[in-house]
Design a protein around this ligand. Sequence first.
Ligand code: NAP
Ligand code: MG
Length: 481
Amino acid sequence: MQACNYIQGQWKKATGEKTFEQRNPANLAEVTGEYADSSQADTLEAIAAAHEAFGPWRAKSPHERQAVLKRALQLIVERRDQIAVTITRENGKTLAESKGEIDSAIKEMDFQIAEGMRMIGKTIPVEIGGTLAYSTREPRGAVGVIAPWNFPFNVPCRKCVPALMAGNTVVFKPASLTPGVGIEFTRAMADAGIPKGVFNCVTGSGRNVGGVIVGDPRIKAISFTGSTPVGKGIQKQAADNLTPCQLELGGKNPAIVLDDADLDLAVAAIAKAAYACAGQWCTSTSRVIATKGIAPALIARLSAEIEKIQIGDGMDPKTGMGPVCGAEQKTNVMAYIRAGLAEGAKLQPGADVASLSTEGSCFIKPVMFTQVTPKMKIAQEEIFGPVLSVLTVDTFEDAMALANDVPFGLASSIFTRNLSHALTFMENTHVGLAHVNIMSSYKEPQLEFGGVKESGSGLPEAGTSGIHFFTEHKVCYVKYR
Ligand code: NAP
Ligand code: MG
């Protein structure tokens, strides 16, 4: 099953039985599995299956769809520990983080299954008499879900479950760094008895699988999480068919810390949001903007937190931080660390750069840059690794200006006891998720999740808009007298 796609209710090898290998980022010599390296023809077959299955699936009652998805949810609950191992071996995050990801997926799935039971429309009084006017929400058709490797289980779940509950069928493409996790999600759907063609999974490249899904006129919506450049390309390609896109992209998320902040609270929140999952949350805190009265103490306390983080294989219960996900990711993050030094920022701990990463695996020691200035690459660009950039400012107003002075707008935080500053921040922070005295990554399933500026486009995921994205609205006028 590992080296197979799931198309039309069958586990099938790719054309020519082509496969690709996935390797453990904690030990690149270890091949964790072989997966279908799908051709464009394989992808087209999955699209055709989803297209054909749409009519019968939409005709089912929400109760029937709920029954299947509840069975899938139950299987995920039962398989939690085993799926967590697959996440850790492919992504590198610690086993505790992998279990946390599945627990979060379970909560989101539970919420979205319930959301799908109340596809609420409206009734509206109208000017002409004897007429009932109302609106309904209907599924769009076959939809494409293109997933990233950083939350390889939770993100597909967050997208596919509302899509399916609303009556759509799905073609799902996992990231090539985490195909096994995508297969685990698919196995839960298959074993739950999802009808043939309703849910299809195709592994393989962004070009042969992702690009074909996006360009096909039978695909009626695309939900994508990943990098901003790929997201922009998807939106352009989808424009040819006016296919609606939901894009969850990168971030450069700030945490402002004012002189009056609760230092213990700020340190704990920033250390977690900066270094959990080796800094590879899209909502990770990657910039600290501190006013100068608190900056020295904050830097000292964060340095102490960094020293405590034990890096190692995520399977070892003593490990606090696993490797970054893949050799390319390691190269990119190390290039940012070198760029920060070349631009004159100060690296803490001040080890020599070569000793920060390892050969043959993807470990990078957690670091922090101080003396960062606003236009440095490390202050502007998404690093997506265990690297925090600290900027120091004179006033709250300066902090606010810097917080917004990046192309991204995903998440932000402020740490302060001053109500006026907190609410002024909430009013002016240009992001999709804003927090006061809470880490930038905090979210709950009943609330929407998405970014603005170059961090996202289209309706946000989760909450109630998650399922709205996968529906079309129809307004109906009925003259009865
Ligand atoms: P990516 O290249 O944007 O990939 C995300 C997904 O899109 C993967 O499934 C990928 O497939 C697919 N894809 C790639 N090219 C495509 C195309 N032309 N058309 C359709 N689909 C395509 O992201 P990445 O390479 O995994 O990571 C690069 C950077 O993205 C990271 O360093 C980080 O900055 C950002 N990122 C952000 C998030 C987030 O949550 N916002 C998540 C992950 C990554 P393949 O895996 O087969 O290439
Ligand atoms: Mg890529």
